[in-house]
Structure formats: C-alpha cells, structure tokens
Unconditional design. Structure first.
Length: 275
C-alpha cells in the first residue's frame, strides 16, 4: 500500500484484517469496515455511510469563515441538488494530473473531478516545462460513487480558453468560452448556439466570479478560498466555493456546475499570486 501522505481517498483491503475487511482513507485517518458474509460489494454503501457519519469540519470553516457563505438549507446530496459546492484541489508540488474533491457545505464528499486520457509524454512535458496551458485537458466529473456525470474537454489554448461540456454518453451540453484577455476575465456559457449565461471575474486575478443568466441576473457565485501561505507558494492547490442562489434549469445548471468544478483548468494560470 502507498504511504499515507500519497494515498488518495478511497477503499483499500486491510492487509492485517480478515479477507472481507476494508479500510477507508479520507486524507487524514483510516476507518475500518467489515463486510458480512453473504452481502454484496460494500465500498459504495460503506462510503456513503462514512461520509454521512464523518463530515469534514475544515470544509464547514472554509464555507462559512473563508468564503463568507452563510449556512443554508440542505439539498438533495448530489452535485446537481446542493446549494453550495466546495471544490478542493489535491495539493501537489508538481501538478501532473488535475484532481479535485467536491463536498457539500457540511463537509460530506459528494463527488470528484479527475483528469483522464493523459499520455506518458504529456505528463513528462508537464513535469519539465510550463506548457500546461497549451495542452488539451479532458476531465470527468463524478458522483460520490465514482460514476461519471459530465465530461469536460478543454482544447489546447493559445490565448483564450474554451471548454466543451458533454454527458458521459457524448451528448453535448454546451461550451464555456473565454471572451476577453485584458482586464477582468469573462466567459460566455453557450448551449444550442445561444448564450444562456456568463461567468464574470470580479478582479483581474480572476479569484472570484459572479455567474449570471442570459438576462444578467446573478444566479450563482464562485469564491476562491485562500489555502494558506505554504500551499500557495509551494503547491498547485486551488480551492473554491460555489453558491447557487436557487435551483437552475438545464442546461444552465450543468454548465454552472461544470464551470465551478473546473474553473482553475479553464483559466490555467501558470503563475501563483496573492490577489
């Protein structure tokens, strides 16, 4: 088994336990679950039980103290039914694969984002150079059980970013298209050939965003939460809080979720800054 510091969250066989014993690593500690004889596979069921029983208090502080988002009523427990989504990137000294965990406002993990389809050559280029922003990125947004919900493709960019959003079966949802390069960055959300919304950076460093519908009414807000001096200077981690003001219609809802969960990849700034 890998060392704890490098072990991704998930279920693992317990090397010191019975054959039907699993351990869950949540990034900070191990918990153990034993499967009863005659039962089916346990990881998904036990994973849900683990999340419900042990929400991460650090996420609650991130939402209420760092992002300034007041606690609101609970949603449906999914990526598309919660009023607040917390997107925390896995901290790495060198980022070869984009990985994020997604939580509700109470600290229960309800999804994840991971980059897929990278070749060995691409990882090597990311390791030895800063050409990351010029490469094509493909990410999967997954639910709490690891099932893909959305697929995002950001083609190689030179000056402006464009993100194509699809369903797992390839059905198109829309595009997120960067509109400008100078000043506060804006993105248009396009579906079926028409603009259904926009993402508007509120400062030149593009840390916070207001999300509006086609009539310029604010429907959601993305706030970047500062991950601490050490992480900001020495790792690639970026953390965000999405607050959705009310239940949105499709395809706007999927585009808003896609935007919040991949905003760092869409912008892909190579320099780190403080404001």
């Amino acid at each position: 088994m890998t060392t704890q510091s490098n072990t991704p969250a998930g279920w693992y066989p317990d090397p010191h336990g019975a054959p039907r014993t699993l351990r869950y690593w949540d990034g900070a500690q191990w918990t153990q679950h034993t499967q009863a004889e005659g039962q089916g596979q346990v990881p998904q069921q036990a994973y849900a039980q683990q999340q419900a029983a042990a929400p991460d208090p650090r996420v609650q502080r991130q939402v209420q103290q760092q992002a300034g988002v007041a606690a609101s009523g609970s949603g449906g427990g999914t990526l598309f039914t919660e009023p607040v989504l917390v997107v925390n990137q896995k901290a790495k000294l060198i980022e070869l694969t984009n990985e994020y965990s997604v939580f509700d406002q109470n600290g229960n993990q309800i999804g994840s984002v991971t980059e897929i389809g990278q070749s060995v050559l691409k990882k090597a280029l990311r390791f030895v150079s800063s050409v990351d922003q010029f490469l094509t990125h493909k990410l999967e947004i997954r639910d709490a059980h690891g099932q893909p919900q959305l697929v995002l493709i950001r083609p190689a960019k030179f000056l402006k970013s464009r993100v194509v959003v699809e369903r797992p079966d390839g059905q198109p949802v829309g595009e997120i298209v960067q509109q400008n390069m100078i000043g506060k960055i804006n993105f248009a959300m396009i579906a079926n050939g028409r603009q259904v919304g926009a993402i508007k950076a509120e400062n030149w460093r593009a840390w916070n965003f207001a999300i509006v519908d086609h009539a310029e009414n604010e429907v959601a807000r993305i706030t970047k939460t500062w991950e601490g001096l050490a992480k900001t200077m020495f790792t690639t981690a970026d953390n965000y809080v999405l607050q959705i003001h009310y239940q949105l219609p499709e395809p706007l809802l999927s585009l808003v979720v896609a935007t919040a969960l991949t905003v760092d990849t869409a912008l892909k700034q190579d320099s780190r800054g403080f404001g």
